[in-house]
Design a protein around this ligand. Structure first.
Ligand SMILES: NC(=O)c1ccc[n+]([C@@H]2O[C@H](COP(=O)([O-])OP(=O)(O)OC[C@H]3O[C@@H](n4cnc5c(N)ncnc54)[C@H](OP(=O)(O)O)[C@@H]3O)[C@@H](O)[C@H]2O)c1
Length: 252
């Protein structure tokens, strides 16, 4: 059985990820991460009605709350003894209330916490359980907005939200830091956890007041493809997207 945790799995792209991996990964238990289990009850019922074959279970985890992270690790340890795949999907942006420096500083601090720091802490907290799996994998749901290569090449539409782009760039580098720590500290490659970053693309969700252009299911496709790959086929510390029918790498 493959145990997969999707943080923020109760709506938006997270829910689409739950549906995609719950359908395409054989013999999966998908833990639907949510701030309150009540938020996951309806979505889980809907997915069951749609015939998603995986076992779906709500798991309370607020990624910005250390006690909640610790409690979630304990639940997964007691119920499953391992975690095969961690999908760090949950995130939120806090825009400044005004141009006052204190407000702007506060919004940057909160956004960085919810888009990068918390993903690092959640990953660190789950590392011991990921090590107990036959092949531990971590997926960071990032954004092409955090690609330094695409930014420097002026390939992205202008964005007023530097705080989001910079936070995603930090998350991207953390993916590489995690891979580097495996390579440096763990001599046998067969024991390495694999770390991937993805860009789901501009999807219609509450995140952007449903102004995105892709259906969240299209946004989830890149993660389903990664989880369908066999060990060693797709290198750790690589950045992926699925755009216009193509599964391709994004430059860091
Ligand atoms: N939508 C896009 O176009 C787009 C593009 C590129 C990347 N992304 C990335 O895709 C991911 C999902 O975005 P989305 O568009 O699906 O957003 P969304 O519809 O706003 O959903 C966000 C999810 O994250 C959860 N969440 C927020 N803060 C949390 C916290 N502190 N602890 C735990 N859960 C928390 C929310 O829970 P509640 O229901 O409790 O609020 C919700 O389940 C994000 O990482 C985002 O940056 C989105």
């Amino acid at each position: 059985m493959t145990v997969i945790l999707v943080t923020g799995g109760n709506r938006g792209i997270g829910l689409a990820i739950v549906q995609a991996v719950g359908t395409r990964v054989a013999d999966a238990t998908v833990l639907v991460g949510c701030r309150s289990t009540a938020n996951a009850e309806e979505p889980i019922k809907e997915l069951k009605k749609l015939g998603v074959p995986a076992k779906l279970k709500a798991l309370e985890i607020t990624i910005t709350d250390d006690a909640s992270i610790r409690a979630a690790v304990k639940v997964v340890e007691e119920n499953h003894g391992k975690l095969d795949v961690l999908i760090n999907n949950a995130a939120a942006v806090t825009l400044p209330k005004s141009t006052d420096l204190t407000d702007v500083r506060e919004s940057w601090a909160r956004t960085l916490d919810c888009v990068a720091t918390s993903q690092v802490l959640v990953t660190k907290a789950f590392l011991p359980l990921l090590r107990k799996a036959e092949w531990g994998r971590v997926v960071m749901n990032s954004s092409a907005r955090g690609s330094i290569g695409r930014n420097i090449a002026l390939e992205l539409p202008p964005s007023p939200h530097w705080l989001y782009n910079c936070s995603k760039a930090a998350l991207n580098l953390a993916t590489i830091d995690f891979r580097n720590a495996e390579v440096r500290d763990i001599p046998d490659e067969r024991d390495h956890i694999t770390f991937w970053t993805v860009s789901p693309g501009h999807c219609k969700t509450g995140f952007n007041n449903f102004r995105g252009v892709k259906d969240p299911a299209e946004g989830a496709e890149v993660i389903a493809r990664l989880l369908e790959s066999k060990r060693g086929e797709i290198s750790s510390a690589t950045f992926w997207e699925f755009e216009e029918g193509k599964f391709q790498q994004v430059p860091w």
